[in-house]
Design a binder for this molecule. Structure first.
Ligand SMILES: C=CC1=C(C)c2cc3[nH]c(cc4nc(cc5[nH]c(cc1n2)c(C)c5CCC(=O)O)C(CCC(=O)O)=C4C)c(C)c3C=C
Ligand SMILES: [Fe+2]
Ligand SMILES: [Fe+2]
Length: 358
């Protein structure tokens, strides 16, 4: 199915088969028809990761990431001195140690899996579609990815942030970087932006299948946790749809996986700072389940398209340890979809649905 996008710049969002596409991004989108074949490019965008698991590289990454006003919205005069004077000096070393615990011979898991997924996706979409990866923070940058696509002669650009659930802190920030990159390059391709795909049946089916397969191999736990990255509650109160999309998405996955409502829970991880974030918090939930006598947990993290620090270290190491130490048994992490064929097929379907027929 191909999305029929209206030619106005009305700012509406179209939902096609579960993926939301804003209808307002490229003024020239509908006036270029003419029957000429388009060269399609896909920008597969992700958060980014440090260049190395060392203090300096991690400090550089955190400085860029946490200076983004989409991520931390405090007034700059207050936040930037606090970030540079207190938070980075305190956090960089600890964070670098956590990165070292998951770093692979071929690099950061987030980058390696994103690169591999891009390769699979390119194979799935065929030689007429160019796929490039761009990181919101660090390298390879979104601007350089766009420059590569432009040099390949792309004139229809699909932007796919690897965030199934929309948040201003993630997806919108990627769109900011795409705007800035296109502006710098003075390039105006036709654009399709995929805002979210949290209830797209292809993606929901792929996640549900991965959970079912995991349980066939490893058995059923006392409880399954869906753990998604948190954001401050204040952002949700200001209108960020992230929490609603997390709930709708995990309900769809649970239903597709045939889970009963008492078999699973949604919780939120990775809180930073003191203000309240989305709740229940994953670590408090893990502790309380252990105290209530749970002996086995499985944790799936369907907000993370690929495995990264937050899944491999925070869930599979820290929370597994916490569960054991507080009287539980084994906490098993169900890997992200990563570069699986099922993931590439689901994303290819989402892309095909929003792209123009060529
Ligand atoms: C301080 C605010 C943060 C917000 C808001 C936030 C939202 C958010 N993040 C992701 C996905 C990822 N975050 C990752 C790491 C990470 N996140 C924050 C802070 C916020 N995230 C920090 C400080 C870090 C760095 C690690 C640390 O020091 O603890 C990662 C992993 C990156 C990697 O290299 O592996 C991902 C992915 C989402 C989806 C999200 C909001 C929905
Ligand atoms: Fe984060
Ligand atoms: Fe974390």
């Amino acid at each position: 199915m191909t999305a029929q996008l209206p030619s106005s710049n009305g700012g509406d969002t179209l939902t096609e088969g579960g993926a939301s596409v804003p209808a307002s991004e490229s003024p020239a989108r509908s006036d270029r028809g003419g029957g000429a074949e388009r060269r399609r490019g896909v920008l597969l965008a992700n958060l980014g990761t440090p260049a190395a698991p060392e203090r300096r590289a991690v400090a550089r990454f955190l400085r860029e990431f946490l200076s983004d006003p989409r991520v931390v919205d405090l007034p700059r005069w207050l936040w930037l001195p606090l970030l540079n004077g207190v938070i980075i000096p305190l956090r960089a070393g600890r964070s670098a140690a956590a990165y070292r615990a998951v770093w692979r011979e071929d690099g950061s898991p987030l980058l390696v899996f994103t690169q591999r997924l891009a390769g699979r996706l390119a194979a799935e979409l065929g030689p007429a579609t160019h796929v490039a990866i761009g990181m919101r923070y660090g390298q390879p940058s979104i601007r350089d990815a766009l420059a590569g696509l432009r040099d390949d002669g792309v004139d229809e650009l699909v932007v796919l942030p690897l965030y199934p659930q929309f948040s201003g802190t993630t997806t919108a920030s990627i769109f900011d970087a795409v705007d800035a990159g296109l502006g710098e390059l003075d390039w105006q391709p036709v654009q399709r932006r995929i805002e979210d795909y949290h209830v797209h049946p292809a993606w929901v089916g792929a996640v549900a299948d991965s959970i079912r397969q995991y349980r066939q191999q490893h058995g059923e736990p006392d409880q399954l946790l869906f753990s998604l990255h948190g954001i401050p509650q204040r952002y949700v109160a200001q209108g960020d749809p992230y929490a609603d999309q997390c709930r709708a998405g995990v309900e769809a996955i649970a239903k597709a996986a045939g889970l009963e409502s008492e078999d699973w829970m949604l919780c939120f991880q990775s809180r930073v700072g003191r203000e309240p974030w989305l709740q229940p918090y994953t670590d408090e939930t893990v502790r309380s389940l252990a105290e209530q006598g749970a002996k086995s947990l499985q944790v799936a993290c369907p907000g993370f398209a690929v495995d990264c620090l937050e899944t491999l270290e925070e869930i599979a190491m820290q929370n597994a340890e916490l569960f054991e130490e507080t009287g539980g048994g084994k906490l098993a992490y169900i890997p992200a979809l990563n570069d699986s064929e099922a993931h590439a097929q689901a994303l290819a379907q989402i892309i095909r649905e929003v792209a123009q027929p060529s």
